[in-house]
Design a protein around this ligand. Structure first.
Ligand SMILES: Nc1ncnc2c1ncn2[C@@H]1O[C@H](COP(=O)(O)OP(=O)(O)OP(=O)(O)O)[C@@H](O)[C@H]1O
Ligand SMILES: [Mg+2]
Length: 460
């Protein structure tokens, strides 16, 4: 039996597709969390920067026509609360730097009083975030424009976003593992009806070709319907072939038997030795054909039964005794003694009785056929961890024949040319033995001339 080659797996495909979706979802989740967290951190810094700049702007005052500033401590300390970042500020009054870092760049466009302007740039070798706030201060009745710029390095911000990114990455990976496990479980459960169906078909007996009636999901119904139709067709065709084999056997053997009988009658009437010789040749050819037809049809029947092996509990001793009884008239024709020594106890075995009888009959038939008249054939069964049914004769033996090749189809030994045969007897015995997990053992008789052929079968 050949197992179909699987070039893909639905489970693997499902798991890969679901895992890909899980990976995309996890990555999207990671990117969103990172973006939102970074934005939140930037907004927080911007708010503090704006509050700081506004509190500096609030501290501007005018005195004797000049705008002055009493820098409030809280304005810069609130920025320090974020981290160890460096803070820079610059207060510009009427275009002149009143206090702070004179090189701190002014933003473009300049802020208008109601709007703070935020920007990010490199200052003194570090990236800074800055806010510029505009305020108009009235001095001696004149409106003086002031700009307050507060900037802060972004180390704290970067630390926060990197920590959030790491956390988001861990959560993303966890999310991915969780989803992949879920997808594995769901693929497993989605395919369980398929597994149940396979089990229910596997559990069937070899002859069970009845339709599958398991409860199925709708997707599997067309497949099982096709399978059921196929089994119905197979059942019909098997029944047909069985009938055909029996009919063919009958149709071939019957006319051959008639030809043979008629030839025998004619033979008795003939007088010329050359005519008799010719007719004898014809009879021999008819015998060969009849034997070949019989063996070919037996072989076809055996092959059919092996393919549909139906085993039952049998008694090997009983089957062997029946076979001996069946062939004892043939042995009697040659005055051959069948000495049967079988243990007087049940010898249980699981098998097909017709097949086993056929195998034993072919081995015993050989022993009788290749034995001289007035000899003995010993039939024994030995019981150890297996059974060994042996047929030992005192005939011509195998000579120089290659023993292994004798079980091949149509293989006959050099010693058998004078005896009618088709070379299928041991093939049938060997095929039956293998179908029952046993084998045929062919060897010479160790206690004198002759052959010893055994059928070895496992015990139940
Ligand atoms: N008991 C035996 N003694 C001697 N030779 C044997 C014996 N059994 C089998 N052989 C040899 O093995 C060969 C194969 O046996 P097998 O039964 O397969 O074929 P066959 O007897 O020639 O033909 P058939 O198909 O009619 O039985 C025989 O031709 C014969 O040479
Ligand atoms: Mg034979």
């Amino acid at each position: 039996m050949t197992t179909p080659f699987a070039n893909s797996s639905i489970r693997r495909r499902l798991v890969i597709q679901l895992s890909l979706i899980a990976a995309i979802l996890s990555l999207t989740f990671y990117l969103i969390v990172r973006f939102v967290a970074e934005q939140a951190a930037i907004d927080t810094q911007d708010n503090i920067l704006a509050a700081s700049a506004t509190s500096i702007a609030d501290a501007l005052y005018s005195e004797r026509g000049e705008v002055n500033l009493e820098l409030p401590y809280s304005a810069l300390s609130m920025l320090g609360s974020i981290s160890e970042d460096r803070v820079f500020y610059r207060v510009i009054v009427d275009g002149e730097t009143l206090t702070g870092y004179t090189d701190l760049p002014e933003p473009t466009p300049l802020p208008i009083p109601s709007n703070a302007v935020f920007s990010t740039f490199d200052y003194r070798g570090e990236e800074v975030r800055s806010v510029a706030v505009a305020r108009t201060v009235s001095s001696s009745g004149q409106a003086v424009n002031t700009t307050i710029i507060v900037a802060q390095t972004r180390l704290g911000l970067e630390a926060i976003s990197s920590s959030i990114s790491t956390t988001a990455a861990f959560v993303g990976v966890g999310f991915f593992i969780f989803l992949t496990t879920l997808s594995l479980l769901s693929a497993q459960s989605a395919l369980s009806p398929l597994r149940r169906m396979t089990q229910s078909i596997k559990r069937r007996g070899p002859h069970d070709l009845s339709p599958v009636k398991t409860q199925l999901p709708s997707e599997l119904v067309p497949l099982v319907a096709a399978l059921n139709k196929f089994m119905a067709r197979l059942h019909a065709s098997l029944t047909e072939s069985e009938a055909f084999v029996a009919e063919a056997a009958h149709r071939i053997r019957t006319p051959l038997t008639i030809v043979r009988t008629q030839a025998e009658v004619v033979l008795r009437k003939l007088e010329k030795p050359e005519d008799k010789k010719a007719l004898r040749k014809m009879i021999r050819a008819v015998d060969e054909s009849s034997r070949s037809a019989g063996q070919l049809l037996d072989h076809a029947m055996v092959t059919f039964r092996i393919e549909n092996l139906l085993t039952a509990k049998l008694d090997l001793g009983e089957i062997t005794r029946d076979t001996c009884e069946h062939l004892s008239p043939t042995a009697g024709l040659k005055d051959i003694n069948l000495i049967v020594r079988i243990p007087d106890e049940p010898l249980p075995i699981a098998g097909d009785s017709i097949l086993l009888q056929n195998a034993l009959r072919n081995i015993l038939d050989n022993a009788i056929k290749y034995s001289p008249a007035d000899s003995d054939i010993h039939v024994t069964i030995e019981k150890s961890d297996h059974y060994e049914v042996s047929f030992t004769d005192q005939g011509r033996g195998f000579g120089k024949a290659d023993l292994k090749s004798l079980t091949k189809r149509f293989s006959r030994g050099d010693n058998a040319s004078d005896i009618v045969g088709s070379g299928l007897g041991l093939t049938i015995a060997d095929e039956v033995a293998r179908a029952h997990k046993g084998r045929v053992h062919i060897r010479s008789n160790t206690e004198g001339p002759g052959a010893c052929v055994s059928l070895i079968l496992p015990r139940v």
